[in-house]
Design a protein around this ligand. Structure first.
Ligand code: DSN
Length: 423
């Protein structure tokens, strides 16, 4: 470790130990949570920069505090790069994360009681798409669509259209956090246009794949709005962003909704890190990275198929796999998460479509390749990781076997250290 934490070390031993403990955990294990990644040193430097000191409510050229010479530079760079990367006319780069980005869109465009049509959480949607436990569900009315067939992952577009005709949503929302196939964007946009609804894509999981042109760009298919986080496949700092394809009216409503409607001052150090991350994502190396994420996920899929483990959607077309480990191996999602954690593989338990088990101990595990691809893993290493996972699950009570597998994980981690730079 460099002298990176010299001041914390002297000043606050407990925090220092937690930071260095996490550093070791990340270095020695392998990160398979599909919504996590390793950022570059440049992103971390910007994230830890002096801009954390500054208040800058408002937008470039229209702030409520003085001293904005450099904040405006940062925010303008971030906006310009975001628009270019995703082919959008407008970008708001201030959302603190993905949930606030989605919420700000709802408040920008809806009145209390208005309806949103989104993907069911248990079929891959996200909490902020109106799950009953969220505050948004108390304010707006959320109705749902599902997959037609969890074995293929195809969305039931016919039912989606019928529900839309019946429920008259103001927003038709595509996007997911546990879905492994590509959506038919044209169908969403056609239905929204037919019914005069706004089309919104939550691309949090796949923004990096879109930026790297490894998957289709929903904005090319006419989506009005695209929200995302910046810390998943996009490999940037923890944060969010809202892109508007072309409507100035929508963009203005969203800007007002973020500030002053919902958030206070933007986190300018994070905006600086977003600008750096977007700069990285514009480089040719990022395209290679995004494509490798998909190849690596496919390599893991092959191994899971070979071992006859059921995958929701029948496999993957993106960066993640949702495997029914309870149905296939009799190991619950929670047991699987724990067993794999013990050998240095981090992933998360996840409900599967129409899960017979409870959310806190579901049937599935969700894992993906964005982070290990950042470490330089190719198909060969990903196949090995998949084999290790399955062997560990089959031997979850065999401590000798698990020790052996842990050593293999350590060896791989050592061979592929977390890189400092990508461009
Ligand atoms: N927590 C994120 C994920 O893991 O998908 C989404 O909010």
């Amino acid at each position: 470790m460099a002298n990176e934490y010299a001041y914390i070390k002297k000043q606050d031993k407990k925090v220092f130990e937690a930071i260095t403990g996490e550093e070791k955990r990340e270095a020695e294990g392998l990160e398979l949570i599909p919504s996590e990644n390793y950022v570059s040193r440049a992103v971390r430097e910007a994230n830890g920069s002096i801009f954390t000191n500054k208040y800058s409510e408002g937008y470039p050229g229209k702030r409520y505090y003085g001293g904005q010479k450099y904040t405006d530079v940062i925010e303008n760079i971030a906006i310009e790069r975001a628009c270019k990367l995703f082919g959008a006319k407008f970008a708001n780069v201030q959302p603190h994360s993905g949930a606030p980005a989605n919420i700000a869109v709802y408040f920008a465009l809806l009145q209390p009681g208005d309806t949103v049509l989104g993907m069911d959480l248990s079929h891959g949607g996200h909490l902020t798409h109106g799950h009953p436990v969220t505050y948004m569900a108390k304010i707006f009315r959320f109705v749902r669509y599902k997959m037609k067939n969890p074995e293929t992952g195809e969305i039931d577009y016919k039912a989606l259209r019928e529900t839309a005709i019946k429920e008259k949503p103001k927003i038709i929302l595509a996007g997911f956090s546990a879905y492994s196939r590509e959506l038919d964007y044209k169908k969403f946009v056609d239905i929204a246009r037919e019914l005069g609804a706004i089309s919104m894509m939550d691309a949090a999981h796949i923004a990096g794949l879109i930026a790297g042109k490894a998957v289709k760009n929903p904005l090319d298919y006419g989506f009005d709005i695209m929200t995302t986080t910046t810390h998943k496949t996009l490999r940037g700092p923890r944060g969010g962003m809202i892109l508007v394809r072309e409507s100035e009216e929508i963009a203005k409503a969203i800007d007002k909704s973020i500030f002053p409607g919902f958030q206070g001052g933007p986190h300018m150090h994070i905006l600086a890190a977003k600008a750096v991350c977007f700069g990285e994502a514009m480089k040719p190396a990022f395209k290679k990275y995004a494509k490798q994420i998909l190849k690596n996920a496919k390599a893991m899929e092959e191994v899971f198929r070979k071992h006859k483990i059921r995958m929701l959607g029948g496999g993957t077309s993106n960066h993640l796999i949702l495997a029914d480990v309870y149905g296939s191996l009799g190991v619950s999602g929670r047991e699987a998460e724990r067993a794999l954690d013990e050998i240095g593989l981090t992933l998360n338990m996840n409900a599967i479509a129409d899960d017979p088990r409870k959310p806190m101990d579901p049937s599935g595990i969700r894992f993906g390749t964005p982070a290990i691809t950042t470490r330089g893993f190719k198909e060969k290493e990903c196949r090995e990781v998949a084999e290790i996972m399955i062997e560990a699950l089959k031997n979850k009570d065999n401590s000798k076997k698990k020790k052996e597998l842990h050593a293999r994980v350590r060896k791989l981690s050592k061979k592929f250290p977390i890189p400092d730079k990508f461009v």
